[in-house]
Design a protein around this ligand. Structure first.
Ligand code: GDP
Ligand code: IMO
Ligand code: MG
Length: 423
């Protein structure tokens, strides 16, 4: 049985969590393939709002297995907090949450290193979530990391101490003022590790090979978005993993020829949290309205998200890189009431009109070129069928499908599970 992928096409927070939850009914297994607790995936149903950071978004469904794949980096302290929230809602995760032995651990000193690195950069900081993501992936590729499987060995604490000591020296090297109490951080860390050890660790690639042989339906869940990909995003203002489709192959051990559908999630406009270029960013009333109506505050850090018009040049790039087969448009409801909508369809780049996403998208080189379309006034949040959509929304959808040469198969009209319309 083939594997389907779901990933974000912009700078994250497109609404991946919501859609994974909606689609979970159709799957036996949901598997997160990269990132860590820098992610915040929001699910809303039955009047409750849940934010997941490390746990896959299928966890609220009784009959679905949820796998944290080898490509993910895990902070035990944050994961245990997430589990406590699930306890409050009587979610029986013990039988359905499985963790790859090859996933890497985020240590307290990784978080401190993240802070030290950002402080040392001053104005040029990445705007990291400070969850230790960069330093943990650096240790992974530098072949110094500690993996979940190592917790089953007696030697891991010695390796931990050596690595933490090295990190402390690296923090000092940054030469910034950073106050911390490592003993207290370590207390929380070791306590969380003990709880973590009560969960099931598996060789997740083997588990997934067997599941594929048995014809199980698997959905791979991405974190962040394509424009934050370490290779293809707006480097250096990116995260430290491959957020694009290839990341699902390396982050779960799924062969490329097993992947069938690639679901690309995007907002009907654009947001970005943290630093870095954003060609269609708005600094006016329109941007403020998107932020207000869309409640654009980060699910992980609470920071205000920057808002702007939809950028089809960037979106087309993301569609190509991921081989997107179906698009899902989120937060269409937020655009209700705009007289007209702008969509960026090309860039003026160093004086020339281009339609591709160039190496450098810094504002001094680049100016977005917009096509203006009519907006709609109707409130979409109560709609339950596409037949209720206003003409202007249908025109917007058709325009995007034509430009992106890919069908839009779901339109989301509100944060709740039920506010999801199949096209
Ligand atoms: P993720 O990281 O991609 O899972 O997205 P986040 O959860 O960080 O951010 C998406 C936010 O938009 C969350 O607060 C969702 O509850 C909310 N949301 C998702 N879909 C819709 C939608 O169609 N309309 C509105 N108004 N909000 C939505
Ligand atoms: P989800 O999965 C939005 C951004 C940070 C920062 C940059 C690097 O919820 O869509 P990092 O902590 O990875 O070193 O931060 O990436 N970032 C996200 N932005 N959504 C996310 O995840 C993000 N994860 C990281 O704001 O600009
Ligand atoms: Mg998010």
């Amino acid at each position: 049985m083939a594997v389907n992928l779901l990933l974000g096409l912009q700078w994250g927070d497109e609404g991946k969590g919501k859609i994974v939850d909606v689609l979970t009914n159709d799957y036996d297994i949901i598997a997160r393939f990269q990132g860590g607790p820098n992610a915040g995936h929001t699910l809303e149903f039955d009047g409750f709002k849940h934010v997941l950071h490390t746990i896959p978004s299928g966890i609220f469904h009784n009959d679905t297995i949820n796998i944290i794949g080898n490509g993910v980096v895990i902070d035990p302290v944050i994961l245990i907090k997430e589990l406590k929230n699930l306890d409050k809602h009587s979610v029986d995760y013990k039988s359905k949450l499985l963790i790859s032995r090859k996933a890497h651990l985020i240590l307290p000193t990784h978080r401190l290193l993240d802070q030290a690195s950002e402080l040392s950069k001053g104005k040029a900081k990445i705007g990291s979530t400070l969850k230790g993501i960069g330093p943990t992936y650096m240790d992974k590729t530098g072949r110094n990391g500690i993996r979940i499987g190592e917790l089953e060995l007696a030697t891991w604490k010695e390796r931990y101490r050596n690595l933490a000591n090295k990190h402390e020296a690296m923090i000092e090297f940054h030469g910034v003022e950073l106050e911390y109490d490592l003993t207290s951080l370590e207390e929380d860390f070791f306590e969380a590790i003990e709880t973590l050890k009560e969960l099931t660790f598996i060789d997740s690639e083997e588990y997934l090979f067997a599941a594929q042989r048995e014809g199980k339906k698997i959905l791979a869940e991405g974190a962040q978005g394509s424009l934050l990909d370490v290779d293809f995003g707006t480097y250096p203002f990116v995260t430290s993993s491959n957020t694009t489709a290839a990341g699902a192959c390396t982050g779960l051990g799924i062969a490329p020829n097993r992947i069938k559908e690639v679901f690309g999630i995007f907002k009907a406009y654009t947001t970005r949290v943290g630093s870095g270029p954003f060609p269609t960013e708005l600094f006016n009333e329109e941007g403020a309205t998107m932020a207000k109506v869309g409640h654009e505050f980060g699910s992980t850090t609470g920071r205000a998200r920057r808002c702007g018009w939809l950028d089809l040049v960037a979106l087309k790039y993301a569609v190509e890189i991921n081989g997107v087969t179906q698009l899902m448009m989120m937060k269409g409801d937020v655009l209700s009431g705009f007289e007209s909508l702008k969509v960026c369809t090309a860039y003026k780049y160093k004086g020339e009109i281009i339609k591709h996403f160039p190496y450098n998208i810094e504002p001094e080189n680049l100016e977005p070129i917009y096509t203006e379309v009519k907006g709609w006034k109707e409130d979409l949040t109560k709609m339950s069928d596409k037949s209720q959509f206003p003409k202007e929304l249908n025109d917007y959808i058709s325009f995007l499908e034509k430009e992106l040469e890919t069908p839009i198969t779901i339109v989301s009209v509100g944060p709740d599970r039920k506010q999801t319309i199949n096209m």
